[in-house]
Design a protein around this ligand. Structure first.
Ligand SMILES: NC(=O)c1ccc[n+]([C@@H]2O[C@H](COP(=O)([O-])OP(=O)(O)OC[C@H]3O[C@@H](n4cnc5c(N)ncnc54)[C@H](O)[C@@H]3O)[C@@H](O)[C@H]2O)c1
Length: 253
């Protein structure tokens, strides 16, 4: 199997894309730390993985808090003996709205969850990867960071930062056999969809408007994202680093 014997942390794994990534990772052989700020969601996902015969441990983690990220990494190593893959997936957004209507507290939260989390993840994971002789980090960015559209300006900027940080970390960490890649999903059917849609509401009309800009004619799904992440995290991609892969049905063409 693609990730047989590998140990992975997936943040924001209690729902949406993260749940899809954790589930597929387990199906292809990885032991998974299911990390989320919402304990009940993480418990549900981990219980489902275990009931299917997989290995999963819950870490209740706020990715914006250094001590909690450190505890998450320690839990992975204490439980499974090593750490091979970290998927920085936890994310948040402001509602789709005119840029000047987003208040300062919301801006700070978006950048803490979407950008500072990458710094804290690197601070806690990279020393371990260096000591182990390598590892893989996959960041879930977005087409929003490649082809920004009105209404999500500050979110778009946070994902642009995630893309640039992915490339910058990739080039700095390559000497240590640490690969860093990103996946850029187009809008997907997850807990965040209502905030992303034009007008900030999940209506058939709003979905149709977005879908009309996606050549393959549908929104993304957790399994679409999970398959791309599993490939990039696997040895099949062992000469690939710094790649930020659109999973977008052609949206960014
Ligand atoms: N849904 C989309 O349209 C879309 C498109 C492109 C990229 N993304 C990105 O995909 C990632 C996953 O989002 P999703 O769409 O699956 O949404 P989601 O809301 O279903 O999942 C996000 C998860 O992150 C968790 N989370 C939020 N803040 C956290 C924190 N501080 N610490 C730990 N966990 C936290 C939430 O509890 C939730 O379980 C995000 O980075 C998002 O920006 C989403």
């Amino acid at each position: 199997m693609k990730l047989q014997g590998q140990v992975a942390i997936v943040t924001g794994a209690g729902s949406g894309f993260g749940e899809g990534i954790a589930t597929l990772f387990s199906e292809v052989g990885a032991s998974v730390v299911v990390a989320d700020i919402r304990s009940e969601c993480a418990e549900r996902v981990a219980a489902r993985i275990r009931s299917s015969g997989g290995k999963a441990t819950v870490s209740v983690t706020d990715v914006t808090k250094n001590d909690e990220v450190a505890a998450m990494v320690k839990l992975a190593v204490d439980t499974y003996g090593r750490l091979d893959i970290v998927v920085n997936n936890a994310g948040t957004t402001h509602k789709s709205q005119p840029m000047l209507d987003v208040d300062e507290a919301t801006f700070d939260l978006v950048y803490a969850v979407n950008v500072k989390s990458l710094y804290l993840s690197a601070k806690n994971v990279v020393p371990l990867f260096k000591a182990q002789g390598g590892g893989v980090m996959i960041n879930i960015a977005s087409t929003a960071g490649v082809r920004p559209r009105p209404g999500l300006t500050w979110y778009n900027g946070s994902k642009g930062a995630a893309i640039l940080l992915t490339k910058s970390m990739a080039v700095e960490l390559a000497a240590f056999k640490i690969r860093v890649c990103a996946v850029n999903p187009v809008m997907g059917e997850t807990g965040l969809i209502a905030d992303f849609l034009p007008g900030g509401q999940d209506t058939p009309e709003a979905r149709a408007k977005v879908i009309s800009g996606i050549p393959l004619g549908r929104l993304s799904r957790p399994l679409d994202v999970a398959k791309a992440v599993a490939f990039l995290a696997s040895d099949e991609a062992d000469f690939i680093t710094g790649v930020c892969l659109e999973v977008d049905g052609g949206r960014c063409i």
